[in-house]
Design a protein around this ligand. Structure first.
Ligand SMILES: Cc1ncc(COP(=O)(O)O)c(C=O)c1O
Length: 390
């Protein structure tokens, strides 16, 4: 506990501050030792779309959900959610899983064998932020292919030579739509179709990490099924932009989803009365997608403001709901910027390398954007003044 205390109290780095989030004892330490105003929850939460809380309607639906033992296929609410997810994505079947990470892992375990290789952008969530499950649990290696956000057949094809005694065995083309670390960029149906044809031609599988695939569909103004078409498996999150407190779906053919169901059990992801969570997921799936265009409009508005603040610059255009920003440390002290925003009730993501992130979601309104604009301008003033004195 002493070590925890030091970690949280001594390091002003916002990243360490967020890393401590989720541990009740550490939070108690934070509450005692930092000004109350900078402790989450923030009045306006821009750190991530994972920070949404269930709406009243979701809470009510969860309270009165009809449930059963899902492991035996007896939870009617889960079955309804799985049916709806499959229908919307244009696939035969769907599986409810606990998280995007589990959805990706279950998909990978279903599509590959130990020793297989993924063709993937190294800036993908699966390679950077899923605790190395692709290697540790699925036994896969990766061929990293740097992209501006989307793979093309031209990127992939050179890695698909004939299998020799020595070669790797590329088995899965792994895509991420929207692509988080590439600015939240959305891939269109045409490139997905091309990749699908290439995969089929070479006997590979195509997976979409569609944690935010509904954001992609909204940004491109296409049905989400057009993006999923051609993929063997798609994982998408009910949490994040769609606003549920829990869960993801894996969709695909009936056969693949049946295998994924066994794989979910293998990794301990089978659930019992999960209808309580599926009830919120149903609302997210029915009502979430229609709100995303507004989230994108608000992100763009905020991005334009940030790009004009001293010492701050957008790294990429705002494509969807993610805003990636870099800063000039000679002009602006980022730590002070984040703390000053937090003091005024606005949560801003801390540094990840040379960038930080702001994210809009359904609990950020137009009025919140107006208020956040003023707060971020004031925070930038304070952070540039500190930098000028240093
Ligand atoms: C692109 C992407 N894929 C997968 C995930 C994992 O989702 P979860 O946090 O539900 O495990 C995330 C989470 O932020 C993500 O951004």
């Amino acid at each position: 506990m002493v070590a925890c205390t030091c970690l949280v109290v001594n390091r002003a780095d916002h990243r360490h501050f967020t890393m401590a989030w989720g541990c009740a004892t550490r939070m108690a330490v934070i509450r005692q030792s930092r000004p109350e105003a900078i402790v989450p929850p923030f009045r306006i939460e821009l750190r991530s779309d994972t920070q949404t809380t269930p709406t009243e309607e979701m809470r009510e639906a969860m309270a009165r959900a009809v449930v059963g033992d899902d492991l035996g296929g007896e939870d009617p609410t889960v079955r309804e959610l799985e049916g709806l997810a499959a229908e919307i994505l244009g696939k035969e079947a769907a599986l409810f899983v606990t998280s995007g990470t589990m959805g990706n892992l279950v998909s990978l375990l279903t599509l590959s064998r130990r020793g297989d290789t993924l063709l993937v952008d190294p800036e993908s969530h699966v390679t950077l932020a899923e605790a190395g499950g692709f290697a540790a649990l699925a036994g896969c290696s990766v061929i990293p292919i740097q992209t501006p956000g989307w793979l093309t057949p031209e990127d992939v094809e050179p890695h698909l030579g004939p299998l020799t005694t020595h070669s790797l065995n590329p088995a899965v083309i792994w895509t991420e739509n929207t692509h988080n670390r590439r600015g939240g960029v959305a891939w269109g149906p045409a490139v997905m179709q091309e990749l699908s044809s290439l995969a089929m031609q070479h006997g590979l599988r195509l997976h979409i990490d569609g944690a935010r695939i509904f954001n992609a569909a909204a940004a491109l103004d296409v049905p989400v099924s057009a993006l999923a078409d051609g993929a063997d498996t798609v994982q998408f999150c009910l949490s994040k932009g769609l606003g549920a407190p829990f869960g993801s779906m894996v969709v695909g053919s009936g056969d693949l989803v049946e295998r994924a169901r066994r794989t979910r059990q293998l990794v301990g992801g089978g659930m019992r009365q999960a209808g309580v969570m599926a009830a919120a997921g149903l609302i997210a799936l029915r009502e979430g997608p229609g709100r995303l265009a507004d989230d994108h409009r608000r992100a763009k508005q905020l991005g334009d403001v940030i790009d004009d603040l001293p010492g701050l610059r957008l790294i990429s255009p705002v494509y969807t709901n993610l805003i990636f920003v870099t800063w000039n440390p000679d002009v602006l002290n980022l730590e002070v910027f984040v703390e000053e925003a937090a003091k005024r009730g606005v949560g801003v993501g801390g540094a990840r390398g040379d960038m930080f992130r702001l994210v809009t979601h359904h609990q950020v309104s137009d009025a919140d954007i107006d208020e956040a604009t003023d707060v971020l301008a004031a925070a930038a003033d304070a952070a540039t003044a500190v930098s000028a004195r240093a």
